[in-house]
Write a protein that binds this ligand. Structure first.
Ligand SMILES: [Zn+2]
Length: 131
């Protein structure tokens, strides 16, 4: 993998989450960055990271973008992915809002391959592991 285009194709074909690695500082950036924010090295080493992690923080949404009240509150979380130095903000699913906790172990649920486009929206949501 050597460009964002091939990474997107890899994401579509294999439903993998990838980041970029800085070997100087030993950091793996997710979302991927082109330069290390600590040492400014150019980053071109793409590495797969786990599609599971833990809820670092979260918030409840009671209204949609049109200010309409949602039938059921939605949960938006920052999920810190395992074995890397970053994470993704995404919806949580298959969980009741009152069951969400800081530190909850979650995994990504991907759309079917035919629906994936190589974006973060190829992830439908994160759900509790064993939940
Ligand atoms: Zn660095």
């Amino acid at each position: 993998m050597d460009s964002f285009v091939t990474v997107a194709e890899d994401f579509i074909d294999h439903a993998r989450i990838v980041g970029t690695r800085c070997h100087v500082r030993g950091l793996t950036y997710v979302p991927a960055t082109m330069f290390c924010e600590r040492c400014f090295s150019e980053l071109d080493d793409w590495v797969e990271v786990p599609s599971r992690g833990r809820v670092f923080t979260y918030t409840m949404l009671y209204r949609d973008l049109d200010d309409e009240v949602l039938a059921q509150p939605a949960v938006l979380a920052y999920v810190k992915l395992d074995d890397c130095d970053g994470g993704l903000v995404h919806h949580l699913g298959e969980v009741e809002p009152e069951e969400v906790l800081i530190g909850l172990e979650v995994e990504a649920v991907f759309k079917d391959a035919a629906e994936r486009k190589g974006s973060i929206l190829d992830i439908q949501y994160f759900r509790p592991v064993d939940g």
